[in-house]
Structure formats: C-alpha cells, structure tokens
Design a protein. Structure first.
Lengths: 420, 420
C-alpha cells in the first residue's frame, strides 16, 4: 500500500467538492482510497492510497484530467426542492442496519452485492405491491417480466454506452469452439488470475446487464406504431451499475431491484403522467409516514466533453426529479426518480403514435432496496409500530412467503441460520 | 452462406446420435446449421452450413474431436423411469404458443430471451407459489432473495467452470480509468463491431451470471458451521446458460427463472429430503393434472476427458432425476431436477455440521417458464378449464398484479399493445 499526495493543478472550489468525490474512483482503478486536502474551503490536493507500483505522475495527470473534464465544468446550482414530506425524521432505533445484519436479513455476498431475507424481503414486496397498484390502478400499466440480459445494441442506440461508460456491466461467454474449451479447461487449475484467464478465452455476448428497466420496454416497442394514443408499461427487475468503491450496504449496490413505469405517448400527455405519478408518490410517502423531499436532479454523465452541458440542460429543463429519503447515519438515498425524455427514445427506437409522429416517453423508477431500507431506518424493525396499511398488507400475504408479526427471535426459531 | 459435407472419421451409432446433436454447435461457432447423414442407422457424415470463409478441414477436425471426446465415450443407458403421471397428454388446443405470441403474453427480446406478460406471468407466479408452499410448509425452508451476480471464484471452486465451460456467462466492465473511458467514448461511433470494441476496453468483473441458485446458498454458508443439524433454503431468481443455437422459445432460454430448494445436513437426511420433495412434486403434478414422467438423468458435462465418466457415475448412482413434461409439438422439457451432491459442495465451501463433519447437500430446482408452458400446453388458455386449485389461486391474487378470468380479447381491452 502506498500513499501519494497529488497537488492539484486546478483547485476545486467547495461547491464542486461533491462532484469530485463522486467521480474520483473512476479516474484510475489504482486509487483504493483518498482524502481531500483543503485550504480556505478549496480542495488543493488529494492524498490517494494505491497498491504497490502505481506511478504518482500518471495518477496526478489522471486526477487533473478528471477535474478539468468532469468536475470543474459542472455548473453548481442551488437545490430546487419540489416537495417536502410533512413527516420529520425520527430514527428512534438507530441500529437497524446492525440488527438486519445480525439476524441475517441482509447478508453481504460480495462487492456491491447483498442477499436479503426475512422481514426485509417481505417489506420490499409489500412496498413494491403499493407502487404496482398505483401503476396498474391509476395508470392502467401493463405489467411485463423482462429478461435480465439486454441487447448491447439497444444500449448503444439508446445512448447509454457513451453517456455512462463508467456504470456499464457487460455479459460475455467463452469462445464457442471445442479447441478453445479444451485449452480453457486444461489450463484453468494453474491459471493464477481467473479474471485475466476468462478474458483470454472469452468474448462479448452481444448483451449487457441493464442499468434500468426502461430499455427493455423500448426494445419491446421498437419499430412499432402504438395502437392507441398512449401506453403505460411497468416491470420489476434487476438493474446493474458498476458503482466501483462507492458501494455501501443496500444504499448503493452493483446489483439492485427497480420497479419502473414507462409512459409512451405525446409529449404533453407523458409530461402530465409524470407529474401525476409524482403526486401519487407524495401521497404514498405520506401514507408510509416517511420523511424526505424531492428535488431537481441530473444524471451522472461521464467521460464526454458534453457531459456538463447535458447535466445542466437536464436541470434547467427539470427533466429529472429525485425522491430523497433519509437513512441511518445522517445519509440520504435517492429512492425514486421521475424522468422526461422528450422524443429521444421514441426517435432512437422508431416508436410512433397512430398519427405517425414520434412517441415521447417518460419513466418513473424506484430502487426497492433503498426504499425498504429508508422505511426501516425511519420505523425500525418492530412491525407493530409500522403504519397500519403496511401492517395489513404484510398480514395478508400468503403463508408461503414467510411468517409475519413475529419478533426477531421467533422468526428464525424453527431453524436458526448462521450469520452471513 | 456455405455448405460443407464432413465425412466422419468415426461413425456415430444411432444410440449416440442425440449426444452429437446436443453438442455440435459447441464444436465451432462457425456452424450455423447442420444436417446428419445416416447410413444403416449410423451417422456417417454431417452437412454443416457456415458463413463465408470457414475452413472445411478445420471444421472436420473439430467435429471429429467432439465426437471422440464428448460423444462416443458417452455410455448409452436405457431410460430409468422412476415416476409416471396418471394423466395422459391431451393438448386440446395445439396452438397455445402461437396464441401466446399473438397476444404478446410472450415477446421475443433477442437470442434466447423472452419477456412474458399477462396470463403467462400470472400463472408462473401461481405455480411458483405452490412450490414455495411445499418448500416453506413441508420443509421449513428459509427464503432469500439473492443478488444476480455470483462471484467467479465461487463458480470456480464449485467446479462449474471446468465442468460446463460451454454454458458459462460472465460479467465484465470497462477498464476503470479516465483515459480508457475517454478513448472508448470518442471511438464508439466509428467502431464497426461493438462486441469486439467492448472486449478491447473491457475486463472481467470478478463475477458471472449464475447457472443455478444453489451457488448463492453455498456462498452464503461458506466457512460456517450450521447451528442445527440441518437447514433448508429456498430462492427464486434468474439463471443463465449460453445455450447457443439450442435456444427455443421458453423451452430453452439463455436467461430463465429457477425456484430452487437447497438441503444441507448429513448425507442420509438430505437424501431423504430429496426423496420426500420428489413425492411432494408428484402429488403437485397430479393436482395440476399434468402428464409426464421422471427419470434418471445426468448433467451435460463438456470439454473434459473425465466428462463421460462423470455422467455415467451420476446415472449409476442416481444422483440426478429429471421431471420431464410434454409441451406442444411432441417435445418434452425437463421442468425440474432433484440432485444429490454428497459432500462435494460442503467440502468445497467448508460448510460443517455442529459435530464438525462436512455437510452434505442436495438441491431441487424448477424451471418456471418451462413448467408454466407445460401447464399451458396441456390445459390451454381458457382459465375456466384449468384445475380448480390453480383457478382459485389466480383469483385470490391482488388486483395490482393483473386482471384474471378474462378472455384474451378482454385482457388487453383497456390498452391494446403492439405485438412484440
């Protein structure tokens, strides 16, 4: 382990400190940890921790490049809050995460990966059910189970590869060839680095892991004319983002669950539906007695000279709102987002309305692990103290999906399991 | 497109014809289609269709190698049937798949990928619920939601990489480096082959996509001593296998859904639990009025000189049974399997019993898309003609998850969607 101090060629003002912190691990995978050095509020240097053999001059160049390309051009804007919960944060228990771990209701399964069980899973299903009811009941959404794999070409045409290269997770396979399989198997045992060995015998599958659900919907509608003047789809599924060392518990996972609702229609209609879904969400947050707020946001575009302009445009046009909910430790998670796309995807995937014009789209997505954890952070693990509508739904779930209203001790009473 | 006739150096007897057909696409990815040429029941040649530029001599060598290594050593055994359904196949409708496609209840989303909606999804949930009730009710299984990504090291230590290299689907990411991201983004638009371009800028993530759920359970229990003398886990999740050109509808997907139950304990106990779960499954098949049978089976090991011995040992020791259900077109799918592992995984992952001995494991898995399609193949799409217990469960599902007991026309009445 080495420690290097990088004096910045361009100091980073306090207002852009967060933009630096959100990106620094993508500057170089050699950076294992870092500390910002400040002077009069500006960041003037970064101390980085690396493995052995890292070249300090190269690291400095990469960090300076990151600051020039992706940090300094970010326009800092005062947060624009569009909703505030009437409920105040009251995290009475304060040790919810520790207790979830202790009872194996959350189990770390690798970098950015968690298994969930027991009360956590049951609550996640209940909360998803409440969102699904809004989607189906109020908006008439059609529900699909999508495959997990998504065509790489769809992500490329949808603009994901060049906007978010840092998040991309691809799928590969070994060369489909008997000589290659034979060589792979016979050398596997002595291969010192399985990852490099797989890269040597592998190739891209033609598919990636999806960063959101909505790309599946565009793929499904590609080259089609809607039979009516609007359509709403909903899906729940796994999404994947390479969050590097930014992973943290279920607050920031590499592999997480989204409930997504996609609106397709003319521009005015989908904008109205987004607004209406936001109102329904504020109502639900009130019913769940959750504190939090919603604000104008932008996507973490990366690696492209146009990224800061795109982020700014997104904010000025209020194309993205995020639902921010407090969790333990004084942190906050973006548990939902409400997005307008204009005709970007309708045009990329040639989705048209009955009159032949290009469809506009909007989508609303909820990170179910984050939402669940925000709920538990606020209300604790004692089900009896939860809002009545959640308790009722938990109780009405069929027994096969797990016992409810038990204490932690009772829950695993029949069959104690080792902590993960 | 070229067509080449490969005269086989070793003829393949009729009894091993299936073994050849199940593997030939893994001999070389240049093979796009094939036809076997027979003489007096033996396969004496293969006509293969390839893209331009394939070398016929190389192809012949690869096919001969496949036959020597992976086909001829297979010991053909007479099927050992351990259960036969009392119900007879009665696929009255015969056009179920066509109607599922027409009503967009199944939508092809790429090679080996399908989205499912409407009645298909609802039925899949009901059938999974019935299996889950057996798991939780009769066996006290603890339920987990696992991440999708599984550590590559877990698959390696579990013996998957060298036993099934042909099925493996890996996960990758781009090099986490600002120079690399920049070069990737600036060259993307002019890259002629996105797959090769991603390979150039990418590296293995350290994780793969799981071929079954049970590896997650072993990972969870790794290095642990069970607090009791046995434990049962269940999970539903996505599994992935590169099935090459063998993909077919939802009968053989690259990306499918498994309900899995894993038994951990001493050898006698887990063997007994496997037997008991098989009995419960036969009871459920009877309740579902499904025809079919179960037989001794073996895994499609590949690419290793020991594969045929392993397959034979598996059969002789009856370590694997498969539940075979008929589907439309006179075909059959393996919709479930019941497996004994001895202490293979307990030993690989150092899972021990309270007395310090190595745990034995067994697992039972169901392919939910296959099971659903087998049900629909037999009973058709008219819910009123389905077995009562399934109808009742469909009706009791909450409205948010979709309307039931509607005709096809009514189902999508509110919002017609374009066919996928």
């Amino acid at each position: 382990m080495s420690r290097h101090r990088i004096s910045l060629r361009n100091v980073v003002p306090a207002g852009k400190r967060a933009a630096l912190e959100q990106r620094i691990f993508y500057a170089s995978s050699a950076i294992e940890d870092y500390r910002l050095v400040e002077e009069a509020g500006d960041v003037i240097a970064v101390e980085v921790v690396t493995g052995p053999g890292a070249d300090p001059a190269e690291l400095a160049r990469k960090v300076d490049l990151l600051i020039c390309n992706d940090v300094l051009p970010q326009r800092t804007r005062r947060p624009v809050v569009v909703w505030r919960s009437p409920h105040t944060a009251d995290q009475a228990e304060g040790d919810v995460w520790a207790r979830l771990e202790r009872t194996a209701a959350v189990v770390e399964m690798g970098e950015g990966l968690y298994a969930t069980g027991g009360l956590f899973t049951d609550l996640l299903s209940v909360l998803d059910g409440m969102l699904s009811e809004i989607a189906a009941g109020t908006f008439g959404a059609i529900s699909y189970r999508y495959p997990t794999l998504i065509s790489t070409d769809v992500l490329r045409r949808g603009g994901y590869l060049d906007a978010f290269p840092q998040f991309l997770i691809t799928a590969g396979r070994l060369h489909a060839d008997i000589d290659s399989y034979g060589a792979f198997v016979s050398g596997l045992e002595s291969a010192p680095d399985t990852g490099a060995y797989l890269d040597r015998f592998g190739e891209h599958l033609g598919h990636c892991l999806p960063p959101t659900m909505c790309f599946h919907t565009y793929r499904q509608l590609e080259h089609r004319k809607l039979p009516g003047d609007a359509a709403v789809f909903t899906a729940r599924g796994k999404s994947f983002r390479f969050e590097s060392r930014y992973r943290r518990g279920v607050e920031r996972l590499w592999d997480f669950t989204i409930r997504e609702i996609v609106f397709v229609g003319d521009g005015e209609r989908v904008a109205g539906q987004r607004t209406e879904f936001m109102r329904e969400t504020w109502r639900l947050m009130d019913e769940l007695a959750l504190p939090g707020h919603a604000e104008v946001a932008h996507d973490p575009f990366f690696g492209n000279e146009a990224t800061s302009e795109r982020a700014l445009a997104q904010q000025l046009m209020e194309l993205k709102y995020e639902l921010c909910l407090p969790v333990e430790g004084g942190r906050s998670v973006a548990a939902g987002s409400f997005n307008l796309h204009g005709d970007k995807f309708g045009s990329a995937f040639r989705i048209t309305l009955p009159d032949g014009t290009t469809a506009h789209t909007a989508c609303v997505g909820f990170g179910l692990e984050r939402l669940t954890y925000a709920f538990l952070s606020q209300h604790g693990l004692d089900v009896d103290r939860w809002p009545a509508s959640v308790r009722r739904r938990l109780q009405s779930r069929i027994p096969a999906e797990g016992p409810h209203r038990q204490t932690e001790g009772e829950r695993n009473g029949r069959q104690r399991i080792p902590r993960g």
